[in-house]
Design a binder for this molecule. Structure first.
Ligand SMILES: Cc1cc2nc3c(=O)[nH]c(=O)nc-3n(C[C@H](O)[C@H](O)[C@H](O)COP(=O)(O)O)c2cc1C
Length: 319
């Protein structure tokens, strides 16, 4: 998620679930081709399974970016056909591509031609005055015919005129039924659903209809929920029994990053929602804000913040 997630966030989330697939924020083809690649694309091997999300609409540039991403080791390349921001609209990519299924298909074919890893598409059910019954089918069928290995569908329209990107994540109504019908119509294509899924229990219910569930805001703002993913979704024991253990497990990563000049805050900013409704959660957040933001802040400050949450008060998950 642009401006929210980054590689540090993904290392934290990976300590919460081994099974879930993690996605980068959208990177434009311009950034991937011309930008500081190691800063933009570098990741820690522990982040796998990991997908790179690209934004663009030029088939050659997308192919080049997909190849670069696959060479970096990403296990899936995902094309964004869902982002509604003005910047994205001007560049003729993101959600406005819902109106150009043939172009998206050419983009997918170009990417598929140069990478061996799966190429997927994240889209909306439609935009503006499109009929979702028609628009989603047209896009899905075009990209699957071009070789797409699966779709993630944000189950609401984007209204490109008049709504801000934030409003476009809340105001157009959710229509999960539309995504279920797509799955019914395309039994052989992996379809994941996205939008407004606020708990792992709800994700499990969607999985009775579709092949995958993508969590956006809930995963970021309430990361403690992810500690239930491996148990409830994959039938595997959770990687750690408590949030304390999760955070302690990334201490070696934090130390390595600190040694390379990364500020503690770049990592701990993703921990703000780690504890929820338990004694000490507020004190933890305050300690992160007050003591973990300075240039010299390190593990001692983080340990101190953690000590404010009693071990037995924190979320624990049955192994
Ligand atoms: C701050 C922010 C940044 C986002 N950036 C991206 C992005 O880079 N790529 C993308 O596909 N979706 C992005 N999204 C949308 C989410 O992936 C997701 O589709 C949307 O929030 C609905 O799902 P949710 O209700 O689970 O959050 C972003 C959402 C937020 C809140």
């Amino acid at each position: 998620m642009m401006d929210w997630t980054d590689r540090h966030c993904r290392v934290f989330h990976r300590a919460l679930t081994r099974g879930a697939r993690l996605y980068t924020e959208m990177l434009t083809t311009g950034a991937v081709i011309h930008g500081d690649r190691s800063r933009l694309l570098g990741f820690d091997p522990c982040e796998h399974p990991l997908a790179l999300q690209l934004g663009g609409s030029n088939p050659d540039d997308l192919a080049e970016s997909a190849r670069i991403g696959a060479d970096y080791g990403y296990g899936e390349i995902n094309l964004n056909v869902g982002c509604p921001s003005d910047r994205v609209k001007d560049g003729r990519f993101g959600a406005c591509l819902m109106a150009e299924p043939e172009l998206v298909a050419r983009c997918v074919a170009a990417m598929k031609a140069v990478v061996g890893v799966p190429v997927t598409v994240k889209c909306r059910i439609g935009i503006d005055d499109q009929d979702p019954e028609v628009a989603l089918d047209a896009l899905a069928r075009a990209v699957v015919a071009a070789g797409a290995d699966g779709l993630i569908v944000h189950a609401r329209k984007a209204w490109l005129n008049g709504l801000s990107p934030k409003e476009n994540r809340d105001i157009p109504p959710l229509d999960y039924g539309r995504v279920y019908r797509l799955k019914e119509a395309m039994r052989d294509t992996p379809i994941a659903i996205n939008g407004g899924v606020s708990s792992i229990e709800d994700a499990a219910v969607h999985l009775e209809q579709v092949d995958g569930v993508m969590l956006g805001r809930a995963a970021y703002q309430e990361p403690w929920r992810l500690l239930a993913v491996d148990h409830l979704i994959f039938g595997a024991p959770p990687p750690h029994r408590s949030m304390h253990e999760v955070i302690e497990s990334i201490f070696p990563y934090i130390e390595r990053e600190r040694a390379q000049g990364t500020r503690l805050h770049a990592i701990t900013r993703h921990l703000v929602g780690a504890f929820h409704g338990v004694a000490g959660a507020r004190a933890f957040r305050r300690a992160l804000a007050e003591n973990c933001t300075g240039a010299d802040a390190g593990l001692d400050q983080l340990r101190e913040a953690l000590s404010l949450v009693p071990q037995d008060a924190a979320v624990r998950v049955a192994a």
